[in-house]
Design a protein around this ligand. Sequence first.
Ligand code: FAD
Length: 488
Amino acid sequence: MSSSTKNVLLRTAGLLAALTFASAAPAEQAATAGQRVIHKDVVILGGGASGAHAAVRLREDFGKSIVLVEKQGRLGGHVSTYIDPESGRPIDFGVQSFIDIGGAKDFFARMNVSIGTPGRIVNKARYVDFKTGEELDYVPPAAADRTAGLTKFAAAASKYESMLLPGYWNFPAGKDIPEELLMPFGDFARKYGFEAAMPTIFSVTGLGVGDITKELTMYVLQAFGAPMARAMLGQVPTFVPASHRNQDLYDNIAALLGSDVLYSTTATRVERKPGCGVEVTVRDRAGRETLIKAKRILVSIEPVGNNMAPFDLDRQERAVFAKMDYSRIYAGIVTNAALPGATSFTNFPTDAAPSNYMAFPELPFTARFDNLGGDLFRVMILGDRDTMACAAKRNAQASLDRMLQAGTVAFPEGFAGRRKLTFKAFADHGPMHVRVTADQLRAGFVQEQYALQGHRDTWYTGGAWSVQFQTILWQYNDIVIPKLLQGM
Ligand SMILES: Cc1cc2nc3c(=O)[nH]c(=O)nc-3n(C[C@H](O)[C@H](O)[C@H](O)COP(=O)(O)OP(=O)(O)OC[C@H]3O[C@@H](n4cnc5c(N)ncnc54)[C@H](O)[C@@H]3O)c2cc1C
């Protein structure tokens, strides 16, 4: 454990939320005929960035028995590596790179993954209002202005780093919440004069919250914070596996964890029993059920929507989860003969031209089509909580259709092939960027949320409790795991 992690642990030790228990004890869940029963110290739900890392730490470093329940057939969550069948080239269209924070590089070395520098594709940039399909006469900020803006942003954002990163353990309550964190991010940008950095903040990782000028500053700082600005400014390195296949990290974790991972499996029933730990019934795609009896549960999935349906939620838990709003994010690899190679199409509203750096599309929207080499394009679609996968694909198609109607792109003369987008790959990244209103924050939402840590033997990690960056979530785990282990 690094000394900085130890310091954070010492600083936060006093903030451990009081354990409270449900008043009514459910009857003991008996294994049904044919049901496998396993006993573990910790059951972990979700094998993405935070869950897979936590599984390694709990089992390998703390000697606890674990079982990791993952709904997909692989670990890695938002990592999406597509292998181009023609060239064999791996293309990451989900997670792009890892910020060198805390023990991130050591973790890669430990998982036997050698690291390299992220690749860079240089495309011709074209700016289009995807609502009209019209190309914009948009002039992006000059590089020097953008750098100056990012520097101002990093300075302003770092004032709040200890309240937000790697989680909300030190987040103030009520009147003590700095007003700047609750102001619209557009006002924050004007106050500190970093308008020229706004298109970068938006298009790199901020776009998940939609129009960043209207979102609360604290949530934009979670989507693109000071660490990301430092990475963009070259002050902190980013890296990828030397193979340029991000999935390698999670495949090596999977090999290490072996049969302690249940793949293609989800929980159908989660019961917390006062003083007796948790019982989780899980079912795999073939319908086989397993009853997991564990001392603690670590939930690494976003605690929203259907994800919490199997849980025996009490009023305290329901009150927190019901307040959470969120986005839905989709990414894909598409081809279409009308999209010219070596080009990136970025969606800005018409009033962004020629140089309004505070104008952004509102959810739901298709953010961009970026050529990846050859005829492959990465497409990103951002939605609100109700935007389902088919609507996301329709949004991307409609964006292309409008570009065709406006004459921004065109099929080659005499083209007789497929006129619709062909999705070579598509990833539903599900709910992300959990957020609540300023009034709910002032009324103590964060404190209510964090009071759930340890409540009914249930602990939480992942984006909803921290930020949407892989390596910062690993730092978050370094705090939450020792708390989870207390009294075990
Ligand atoms: C397109 C995209 C690009 C990104 N790029 C970067 C980047 O370049 N660098 C970076 O640091 N971060 C990046 N991020 C953000 C980063 O990947 C996330 O912050 C991080 O993965 C969140 O970790 P998590 O553990 O909370 O969720 P996830 O990594 O999503 O893990 C959740 C896991 O739970 C599983 N699951 C979901 N529901 C259930 C269920 N009911 N039962 C069982 N399992 C379930 C999922 O399949 C998944 O494996 C990107 C995110 C997206 C969407």
